[in-house]
Ligand binder design. Sequence first.
Ligand code: NAD
Length: 285
Amino acid sequence: MHNVTRVGVIGSGQMGGGIAQIAAVAGFQTTVFDTKADAIARCQATHAKLLARAVEKERMTADEAESAKGRLTYVTDMDQLSDSDIAIEAVVEDSAVKAKVFSALDEMLTGDQILATNTSSISITEIAAATKTPQRVIGMHFFYPVPVMKLVEVINGLATDKKVTDRVISLAEAMGKVALPANDRAGFVSNRVLMPMINEAFYAWMEGVAEPEHIDGIMKLGCNFPMGPLRLADFIGLDTCAHIMDVLAEGLCNERYRPCPLLRQLVVAGRLGDKAGRGVFDSSK
Ligand code: NAD
C-alpha cells in the first residue's frame, strides 16, 4: 500500500503538469511547484483546458473535473510542499539542478516521504547521492503525454529500499498506470532498447541501405510499429536522441552507443526535428 494522500510535484512543465493532472484526477491532494510564475500560470491554464476537453469527450463528468481542479494547488514557494507524502521531481534535465532540488527536499521532508525523479537519462543513484537518505530516492519515469501513456518505469537506485519500490508501484497503479520495475543502468530499459534502434536507423540511412521513408515504412509494416524510428526521432527531438546515446556510451562505458555521425550532423545543422520544423523529415508544412 502506498500510504500517500498528498503529492508534491516539482516543475510544472510538460511532464510535471501531466503528472499533477493525473494525480489530482486519481483523488490525491496535489501541489505543483515551479520557480517560474509564468510556468505555473501556463500549467494551471493547461489543466483547465484539458479537463474541460475530457468532460466534452465524456471521459469524465463536469463534477469530477471540478473536484480534480479543487485538489490542485499551484505554488512558487517550495516550502508549500512540506506536507507531501511523496515529492515527484520533473524539473529540467540537468544533474546540477536536480542535485540542488533533492538536497533541499531531503532537508524539508524528514520522515518516510518518498523522493521520486522523473528523469529520463540521469542516474538515480547519482541523484540520490545528493541526499543523506538515498534509500527513499527512486525513479518514477512517466512518458509523454502523461495522461495518455500507460507506463511508469519504476527505477531502483543502488540504495533504494524495496518498501519504497512497492509503495511507488502501488501509487502508480492508483494513478491508473502500469508500473514496471527496472534497475539503475544508463537508459534504464526504455531508452536502452529504443535509442540504439533509432540510432541504427540513422546508420541505415547514412550508409544508403534505404531512404528514410522506406526505412520507416519497413519498420512500421514489418514490425508493426505505430511509427517508424526516424519519424519517432523527429518527434522526440534529434538533440535529445543524440544526447541519450552519449549518456548510454558514458554510462555503459561502451563506444558502440555513440550517436551516428549523420544524427550528430543534423543536430549541428539545427535540424532538431518537429520542434524546429525540420529534422529527418520536413514538418513545417
Ligand atoms: P520542461 O522544460 O517542459 O519543464 C521543466 C520545468 O521545470 C519548467 O517549468 C521550469 O521552470 C521548471 N524548473 C526548472 N528548475 C526548477 C527548480 N529548481 N525548481 C522548480 N522548477 C524548476 O521539461 P519536461 O519536458 O517537463 O521535462 C522534465 C523532466 O522530465 C526532465 O527530467 C525530462 O528528462 C523528463 N522527461 C521528459 C519527457 C518528455 O517527453 N518531455 C519524458 C520523460 C521524462
